[in-house]
Design a protein around this ligand. Structure first.
Ligand SMILES: [Zn+2]
Ligand SMILES: [Zn+2]
Length: 266
């Protein structure tokens, strides 16, 4: 499985950080998680392109996660593609239908499938990925996702867990969410602001590290990527990663995500 960070910024993007978008490849089809402003352009720089992305999974409906959704739909229509599936939390169908009401010339251009995720309904499959969802602590209804390739088989050891990635979505630091990610090869976590910024709905490095330290049963994490960075974090990236390392009592490789960086998850 491969993950490309298309956008690692937030509602106040930087030239180097577009709004939120993650491209997963290695399942039956590519899967785009979130589609904020700039993600369509970032997709155009990938080999998969927007032509190759027929499934979008939304963490929530804040604008920095959905701004490019209709632009993606239009680009796919103009490119001759025929389908788009949009999955996300409760309200996703209304969101997409309302957007199409406002831009009604785009209605019926693609064969559109809308799916809503109930985090209490157990695992589900989308685009060839097996996904579990967990509600986060945020100002909008938001879901974290834990996913792996659905048909993954490990020939050498049937007991081994498939390589898994957990995406936090937007959230306060939460030990329960860290426990949800336990055993993930990668945890991609909101860390919007450096320490010293008074903020709610998003963590700072020390608050995230404390949640990791407080998580039940010492979470086993491979690598932690900090993402969803505001301009306040510009130039603070190394000190933010260092603060998480210092305060989280966990053996994980902590890095700050960068736009267009691709990581293999094996
Ligand atoms: Zn956001
Ligand atoms: Zn948000």
């Amino acid at each position: 499985m491969r993950l490309t960070f298309l956008g690692t910024g937030a509602a106040m993007p930087l030239p180097t950080r577009h709004q939120t978008g993650l491209l997963f490849e290695g399942g039956a089809e590519p899967l785009l998680v979130d589609c904020g402003a700039g993600v369509l352009h970032r997709l155009a720089r990938t080999r998969t392109g927007y032509e190759g992305v027929s499934t979008v999974l939304l963490t929530h409906h804040h604008l920095d996660h959905v701004s490019d959704l209709l632009s993606l739909l239009k680009a796919r229509w103009l490119a001759g593609e025929e389908t788009l599936t949009v999955a996300g939390p409760e309200g996703t169908a209304d969101l997409v239908e309302d957007l199409l009401d406002a831009h009604d010339y785009l209605e019926d251009r693609l064969d559109l499938t809308l799916r809503e995720v109930d985090p209490d309904a157990g695992a589900f499959e989308v685009a060839g990925y097996r996904v579990r969802a967990r509600e986060t602590d945020h100002s909008a209804h938001c879901l974290a996702y834990r996913l792996h390739v659905a048909d993954h088989k490990d020939a050498a050891d049937g007991e081994r867990r498939p390589p898994t990635v957990t995406v936090s979505g937007d959230t306060e630091a939460d030990p329960g969410l860290v426990a949800f990610a336990d055993g993930s090869a990668l945890l991609v976590h909101d860390c919007s602001f450096p320490d010293g910024v008074e903020v709610s709905n998003h963590p700072t490095p020390t608050r995230l590290a404390e949640a990791i330290a407080d998580a039940d049963a010492d979470p086993d994490l491979g690598r932690l990527y900090l993402t969803h960075l505001y301009p306040h974090a510009d130039g603070e990236e190394e000190s933010m990663a260092a603060a998480v390392r210092e305060h989280a009592d966990v053996d994980a490789d902590v890095r700050v995500a960068e736009d267009m960086h691709t990581v293999s998850v094996e």
